[in-house]
Write a protein that binds this ligand. Structure first.
Ligand code: GLC
Length: 525
């Protein structure tokens, strides 16, 4: 089993993690200073959102140079030091590769804009004289007019993020070389930004009509069209294999794709029978989980069917784009513990967003004040519509600075003003307070990770769901097995104490809590 199938991932949003130089913005040296903290909790792999050179219109998801670092985060030497310091601790690190698009500040885009009609056969972006009907992922047309070139360019996301044209071999080669640049420096792999839109239909055919207005995780069609020609093209799945072979030149490196669609579709990015494409893909359906045993039972049953060996699912409940998980559980720490217990014991790679381990909550920031370009795009839409849908388009709210302690700026920065305000609840919710409280979420996660890291059955073993009929209402149960050893995980989602029989013995599981029982009926948690 490749290492990345049995690892645990901690996602860092560098801008908000730790500010080492007092400018109000987190940086690479800040991450280095906090590596021991992440290791001590028990996480093994770090994924850093992008810190490459960028005008920061989408805070790094708009890259102007893939082989350089934005000065507010540090230098190339800092990035190298980060890789080395992670490795010194026996951990792994993956960077975030935004291959689909660049920033409009990228020199290639400037060249394309200036290209004369005779010089357009080497275009690096996707141009058209007249827009077709394609909608972008953020709504509205994705075609934008360049007055200089007098043509339209295509952008899957926002207008300042033009899509690269992978049908031009030069583009593909140059981007694969950017990937090699970091692999040579020792990075252990990449999280791949909106990988499933990387190829678009070569003939730019119009997308068919659909009644679907709002895209969702299982079905990304929306804005009244089927995204038939704009997402999940067969060429993108082929490209996944090519990228994998580039990584294979360097040994076992992780590729974790941000893709969307139903489980069968996203699985295709990993491969048909062999896992020879992206080693891992996100499955975002669970970002909108329901806090019910039945929900998790069905989720696991479905995933086990669609991601059997040699595939490995990824379990993710929040990230830098979506609400913090605790928000979906009425900010209830008891529930957050159960969610983490599930995530760390189910068969799959857990991927956790920074701050989740202490139960950081979403801030409430008016769209108009949002620095996030999506908040700006949506600022005229009434807030209550998003509240009703249980979402927020203002991603600032879930990107607030990490809450380290009860001191000024939650210990995140010494600056008078931080790039985003620190959440006002920082004196109650922070790392320092939780380290000293035996019962805190942080200490709970630490205990579960210890059990996981000491017993490979959790990361490498098989999973067997315990039938709902054998369990009391609103209780989830599954077994993890490896080399003749079994662990029973029982999670009580209800507000009542429940009793269950495991191998003839009776166990009691208090309200909103979980237990792990071994073969020998020893209770580990
Ligand atoms: C991905 C990123 C998101 C970014 C977008 C455009 O969805 O996770 O943060 O804004 O792609 O790159």
């Amino acid at each position: 089993m490749p290492w990345y199938h049995h690892t645990t991932i901690y996602q860092i949003y560098p801008r908000s993690f730790y500010d080492s130089n007092g400018d109000g913005i987190g940086d690479i040296q800040g991450i280095i200073q906090k590596l021991d903290y992440i290791k001590a909790i028990g996480y093994q792999t770090i994924w850093c959102s992008p810190f490459f050179k960028s005008p920061q219109q989408d805070f790094g998801y708009d890259v102007a140079d893939y082989c350089d670092i934005a000065p507010e985060y540090g230098t190339l030497a800092d990035a190298q030091q980060l890789i080395d310091e992670v490795h010194k601790r026996g951990m792994k690190i993956v960077f975030d590769m935004v291959m689909n698009h660049t920033s409009i500040e990228h020199p290639w885009f400037k060249e394309d804009i200036r290209a004369t009609v005779q010089n357009r056969d080497t275009d690096k972006y996707i141009w058209a004289d007249k827009p077709n009907n394609w909608k972008s992922m953020t709504g509205g047309t994705g075609w934008h007019f360049s007055p200089e070139r007098k043509q339209y360019y295509w952008a899957s996301f926002l207008p300042f993020q033009p899509d690269l044209n992978y049908r031009n071999p030069e583009v593909k080669k140059a981007m694969l070389d950017n990937v090699r640049f970091w692999l040579k420096r020792g990075v252990d792999g990449f999280r791949l930004d909106i990988f499933n839109v990387i190829y678009k239909d070569a003939q730019l055919r119009n997308n068919p009509f659909s009644w679907k207005a709002v895209p969702n995780e299982k079905n990304p069609n929306g804005f009244f069209q089927q995204f038939k020609y704009t997402i999940n093209q067969p060429e993108s799945m082929e490209f996944a294999k090519e990228l994998r072979s580039v990584c294979d030149e360097f040994g076992d490196r992780m590729l974790l794709g941000e893709v969307s669609g139903n489980r069968k579709t996203i699985r295709k990015f990993s491969g048909k029978e062999k896992n020879d494409g992206l080693g891992l893909v996100f499955n975002f359906e669970m970002l909108r989980f329901k806090f019910k045993a039945k929900y998790f039972h069905e989720l696991v049953a479905g995933i086990e069917q669609d991601f059997p060996e040699p595939f490995m699912p990824v379990y993710v409940f929040s990230n830098h784009d979506r609400r913090r998980s605790i928000k979906r559980m009425n900010d209830d720490v008891r529930k957050a513990k159960l969610l983490h217990l599930f995530q760390l014991t189910v068969r799959g790679v857990p991927c956790m967003y920074y701050g989740e381990e202490i139960g950081m909550t979403d801030a409430r920031i008016p769209f108009k004040k949002g620095l996030d370009p999506i908040a700006q795009k949506m600022k005229k839409v009434p807030r209550f519509l998003f509240d009703l849908a249980g979402e927020t388009p203002n991603r600032d709210e879930l990107r607030t600075p990490m809450q380290w302690d009860s001191s000024f700026n939650a210990g995140f920065s010494k600056a008078a003003k931080t790039w985003l305000p620190v959440n006002e609840n920082f004196s109650n919710i922070n790392v320092q307070v939780e380290l000293t409280n035996e019962n805190s979420l942080l200490n709970f996660i630490h205990r579960v990770l210890k059990i996981r890291n000491e017993n490979p059955a959790f990361s490498e073993g098989s999973l067997e769901l315990i039938s709902e009929k054998e369990l009391p209402r609103n209780v989830l149960g599954y077994k993890r097995k490896l080399n003749g050893q079994t662990f029973n995980i029982i999670i009580n989602f209800s507000l009542h104490e429940k009793r269950i029989h495991i191998a003839g013995e009776l166990f009691s599981v208090p309200a909103l809590s979980g237990i792990i029982i071994t073969d020998e009926q020893k209770v580990l948690l």
